[in-house]
Design a protein around this ligand. Structure first.
Ligand code: MG
Length: 422
């Protein structure tokens, strides 16, 4: 029996289609479509931004290509002025480049700014929006979800925690919000303990806590702790307000509540002060939303200053940078619980990192007071269920902006993915 070789098959195909396309052209097309080394060839053609204000300020970044696909990223908190940095500096560095060389482009933009503030703040946050858009683009170009490009999934769903700020104990408003959180199925909650209007404060600037001020905070944390069953974890945020003596007293007082973590009892800039709080308490100390890049976290690890880290993935350097930070933390056996105050686009981008790293603990969600815009911000609608995000198989980040809803929160006077005039 005659066996057809690949060569004879191509020969037969060539005979059939040769008159229309030419043998050489057909052979090249078959080769191009069967090669295991086939990869998309793309060039960046433009970079544009849009700014919204929901929980703080968010800058959305789109990177366009010559193949019609674009990637979308989001930056926040240090995002005031991010559009100007992107348009005046990063755009010209990106146009004409292959968007799949993400780490190369990131390093080029970072090191290109070492005399322009590339160690933190707005510079890194603007770079973060670009980095996340490049990952979305890479996923769309290769047909893979971003977690696959970050090393693959450790878990199919990502645990969220709900940040609900402050609560006045035993009030209808507090009961209503905390009941909603419980009924939604969240397994972890965060509240604030610092309160500028605490009636026992003695000074409008200094945050040294008085006895009564501490009692006031302990009562509020105790109320929320007692509201939930023990299987719902509780975290408390100090927003880096207090000095070391007050931070230490609060951390000791909070030991009775067995917190998931106490976040930034003292400012984040001085890692030794953070360590001074940590070393006298069994309350786990968390820090990170105001640190940038790997370098900002290395200091925390080397100083033994933290039990939990919470990089803001839309601020500290982006998806791969956060993966590197999480991996460094893992070598110190420190869990990773990212700060997150962004739209479903940024939240889902963060979830891809959380799905991919071994030491993930929980991901923040902070739009509880903006439910309407939260549910409508992307075309896919609500992205979590019962306090968990089920990771999508769609290419890229896996959600698409609902322009009409998002634009309703546009920062007045800013472009909406239009060409910059300056
Ligand atoms: Mg915080």
């Amino acid at each position: 029996m005659e066996r057809k070789s690949r060569r004879s098959f191509l020969g037969a195909a060539g005979a059939a289609f040769g008159s229309a396309f030419g043998l050489q052209g057909l052979s090249a097309a078959v080769q191009a479509n069967s090669s295991p080394y086939r990869r998309p060839k793309l060039k960046i053609t433009d970079v544009r931004t849009a700014e919204v204000r929901v929980h703080g300020h968010q800058t959305h970044v789109r990177i366009y290509t010559d193949q019609g696909i674009f990637g979308e990223g989001e930056a926040t908190d240090a995002a005031d002025g991010a559009s100007a940095i992107i348009q005046r500096r990063f755009r010209r560095m990106l146009i004409g480049q292959d968007p799949l060389n993400i780490d190369f482009l990131f390093e080029r933009m970072r090191t290109g700014g070492i005399f322009a503030g590339a160690q933190g703040g707005q510079y890194v946050t603007a770079l973060t929006g670009i980095e996340i858009a490049l990952w979305d683009l890479a996923g769309k170009a290769t047909g893979l979800p971003v977690y696959q490009l970050l090393g693959g999934k450790m878990r199919d769903k990502v645990r969220m925690y709900c940040d609900s700020a402050r609560h006045e104990p035993n009030t209808p408003a507090a009961e209503e919000m905390l009941s909603w959180i419980r009924d939604e199925g969240f397994t972890a909650v965060k509240i604030d303990c610092d309160d500028r209007n605490n009636p026992h404060r003695h000074d409008p600037v200094n945050w040294t806590a008085s006895n009564r001020e501490i009692d006031y905070m302990v009562e509020r944390v105790g109320y929320v702790r007692n509201f939930f069953d023990r299987d719902i974890d509780l975290a408390v945020d100090g927003h880096g307000r207090f000095d070391v003596p007050s931070g230490r007293r609060l951390a000791k007082e909070f030991e009775q509540f067995e917190l998931m973590f106490f976040e930034e009892p003292v400012p984040a800039e001085n890692v030794k002060a953070m360590r001074d709080v940590r070393e006298i308490t069994t309350t786990p100390i968390c820090c990170g939303e105001n640190r940038f890049l790997r370098h900002g976290f290395t200091d925390l690890f080397e100083a033994n200053a933290v039990d939990v880290i919470m990089p803001d993935i839309q601020k500290c350097g982006g998806l791969l940078e956060s993966r590197k930070i999480a991996d460094a933390a893992h070598s110190y056996y420190i869990p990773f619980a990212p700060h997150c105050v962004v739209s479903p686009i940024g939240t889902m981008a963060s979830a891809h990192v959380c799905a991919a790293v071994p030491n993930f603990l929980a991901l923040e969600w902070h739009w509880i007071r903006d439910l309407d815009i939260w549910k409508n911000f992307v075309q896919e609608g609500e992205i979590f269920s019962k306090g968990w995000i089920e990771m999508p198989d769609r290419p890229g980040i896996g959600v698409t902006m609902n322009e009409e809803a998002a634009k309703s929160r546009q920062v007045p006077g800013t472009p909406w993915f239009e060409e910059w005039k300056y």
